[in-house]
Design a protein around this ligand. Sequence first.
Ligand SMILES: C[S@@+](CC[C@H](N)C(=O)[O-])C[C@H]1O[C@@H](n2cnc3c(N)ncnc32)[C@H](O)[C@@H]1O
Length: 408
Amino acid sequence: VSIVVDLFALAHGGASIGSIVEGPPELIGKKAFVRDTIPGERVTAEIVKDDKSFVTANLVSIGTPSSARMTPRCAYVGTCGGCDLQHMSIEKQREAKRHMVETTLARHAKVEPRCGVKLRGHQLPAFSYRKRIALHLDEAGQLGFYRRGSGAVVDIDSCALAVEPINKVMQRLRTVSTNLTRYVEGVVLEDRADDVGVLLKLRPGAPLSFPELAVVREVFPALQIEESGFAPEDGDQQGDDALGHFSQVNALGNQELVAEVLERAHGDELTELYAGSGNFTLPLAKRGAAVTAVESDPLLVKLGTKLAALDGLSERIRFVQDSCERFVRRHELKPTVLLDPPRSGARGILSAIKPALTKRIVYVSCSVPTLSRDLKQLTEMGYSTESVTVIDMFAQTHHIETVTTLIA
Ligand SMILES: C[S@@+](CC[C@H](N)C(=O)[O-])C[C@H]1O[C@@H](n2cnc3c(N)ncnc32)[C@H](O)[C@@H]1O
């Protein structure tokens, strides 16, 4: 079924949302989600799914293109599932993300920050910013990312989002990847201070060593191997090599993120939850704060503890290796709580935060839906939202990073 849609906003997941203005009479006024479009455009689209309150449709043609419409830089746009906003200017992407955060929080969490929803980092690069990528390798030897909307692999030569050293290593990997197809299902490449780390993720049941590995090791002598179903090995075998463990993927974006957290997380005493290897902990302690940093990954705790000692900050930083859920049940939280949970959010720890003790919360999030859910709960607990800052750490994709400050 063909429809004409007036798009008015970016929706979660990369499509734009609009109202149906032409088509079958019963559909006029109904909401439609259309990928590859831009808020402000009028488009013709073909319905692929009709749900009760909205339809999903594929773009057929653009009636009035937005002045923000761009020719995608990357040849894989449309097939590769990685980027969904390359057809939009970077300025439009950022404003559309900011607007989406503002309206989602207002509608679903009933939160309207006292100082509004602001964008930080207008100067951040639009391409070549990722210092880590995770590639899939299928049994036919295709090396790349998942195809849009499926688990099939799109073979790629280079990624427009990755930093140059990663793309160089990807080319070298292609020369030997046929040796890996039987045993390896994924490859992580990470740009580090003096090299690009290579981690092979084995298929279920694959042996830790196989004859063809020698050929690959000739090209990548320092490569690492991870068994299927196992967490990355901890530091006893691998020194302090945190390949495969969490770290921020956008170095310049991270500078803005850390600066924003430092501006928001005042206070002499902080509890930091989901601390990683101390991305925020170390700068906070450097400035004089005493920080208790909780993180479940033993290798990241070990790395953070070592970095704190190297910087002479051990007196002010206490790293705790524990799940945050368990930690908050057993310990009183400090006047300022900083948290940076994974995409699933922080539901399991929120009720342990007491407005009588904790006056300020700084919540770093990489998922608008779980942030919105959690802010609703914190509001019901008596906190009010002071500010929300959007930092575009994931340009060309629908992913959104935010820093929210709440006060009791
Ligand atoms: C989004 S990362 C943030 C890390 C750090 N703030 C940074 O900027 O590098 C989330 C971290 O939480 C840790 N994590 C996930 N679930 C956890 C839990 N239930 N308890 C403690 N840590 C957890 C992960 O290992 C990861 O390091």
